[in-house]
Design a protein around this ligand. Structure first.
Ligand code: HEC
Ligand code: HEC
Length: 297
């Protein structure tokens, strides 16, 4: 945080100091004719204007990437995405993505997912269930790629080597598949799973230790897993309003349901510490590249 604030200050001070030394200011330059004229769409000019008008937000851990890149919609090059996929620790501590997703061959690459080429990222997982991991032109936050980079498997702290096909997970899955009804089966067999420790993995707290009401804190994401109504209402109903709460159950469709996704999907790279940053600057840049159309050159 402090480093970022300092950096932005240095940026501003540096630019002004340079202006003084060289004997020009952006205004003076803009008035001149010919090749010295500063273009209206100049990024540097926009930044200086914003700094002068106090429009730069230095809140948050990623002020630099947000202010200098995301907010100004600088085109992210595939070249950079390619490096991220090849670099260890690019999104948090762990091996590079292409170590485990290096080709479309399921014999050497998990899910037959090839993250080593642009087309491979666009093609997605080639092993059944074959599926896309992004939709070019849209924010991938809720697509497979976004979920695998941001969503920790629950209960928070569960290891990635705990089976995802346990009887308890099947109970939740079948309940959602069968319409997520508030019936006796739900009350007797499904709801208590969220209230008891060790339901989904050994040595793990109950879901309701962290999701017990609509108030954050103490309840993460204002998610209440202690009642049927709370579960169906979803997450962030106070922050976003009841009608815009993030649904965590889609009746009939476990794959689209946040609760099921959070029981079976491991954050990448597997084994990453769940307390490590979910909104890593590189995650932001990867998401922006996808939103800008996932262009390959
Ligand atoms: C050490 C090996 C390993 C590394 C490194 C790794 N993954 Fe994975 N990845 C897996 C395994 C195993 C699965 C499938 C099982 C699972 O979900 O845990 C998977 C699944 C995925 C999926 C889901 C595909 C689908 O259709 O189900 C995505 C997306 C993904 N990884 C992206 C990444 C990204 C991005 C990185 C780099 C940050 C990465 N992975 C690093 C092993 C790895
Ligand atoms: C130790 C605390 C803790 C426990 C226990 C826990 N969670 Fe979470 N949960 C979190 C945190 C923190 C987040 C925020 C995002 C993250 O880390 O992925 C979260 C996010 C979620 C979300 C996403 C909400 C959204 O905004 O879409 C769901 C769904 C969820 N948890 C379900 C569960 C379930 C089901 C259990 C029990 C199996 C559980 N959680 C146990 C801390 C916990």
């Amino acid at each position: 945080m402090n480093a970022v604030m300092t950096m932005i200050r240095i940026c501003a001070v540096g630019a002004f100091a340079f202006g003084m030394v060289a004997g020009w200011s952006p205004e003076a330059l803009a008035d001149e004719k010919g090749e010295m004229e500063i273009r209206k769409d100049s990024l540097t000019k926009q930044l200086l204007d914003d700094i002068r008008q106090g429009k730069i937000e230095v809140e948050g851990d990623h002020a630099a990437v947000n202010e200098l890149v995301i907010k100004r919609d600088i085109p992210i090059k595939y070249e950079y995405i390619s490096i991220l996929m090849r670099a260890p620790n690019a999104f948090g501590e762990g091996p590079a993505c292409i170590v485990c997703h290096g080709s479309a061959d399921p014999a050497t690459s998990y899910r037959g997912l090839d993250l080593s080429t642009c087309q491979g990222i666009i093609n997605g997982s080639t092993e059944p269930p074959v599926r896309k991991i992004i939709t070019p032109g849209t924010n991938p936050k809720r697509d497979v790629l976004g979920r695998m980079l941001r969503n920790n498997r629950m209960p928070l702290g569960v290891k990635f080597n705990v089976p995802t096909d346990s009887p308890a997970i099947h109970l939740v899955k079948n309940w959602i598949s069968n319409g997520a009804k508030n019936d006796d089966h739900f009350k007797k067999s499904v709801l208590p799973l969220f209230s008891k420790p060790n339901s989904f993995a050994p040595d793990t707290p109950a879901c309701i230790e962290c999701h017990m009401s609509n108030q954050e804190p103490p309840s993460f994401h204002e998610l209440n897993l202690s009642t049927y109504e709370g579960i169906m209402l979803g997450a962030d109903s106070v922050a976003k309003g009841v009608n815009n709460a993030t649904k965590v159950i889609v009746p009939g469709n476990p794959e689209e349901s946040g609760v099921f996704q959070h029981l079976v999907e491991n954050r990448m790279p597997p084994g990453i510490d769940p307390s490590s940053e979910r909104d890593h600057p590189n995650t932001q840049l990867l998401f922006r590249w996808v939103a800008q159309g996932a262009k390959c050159n």
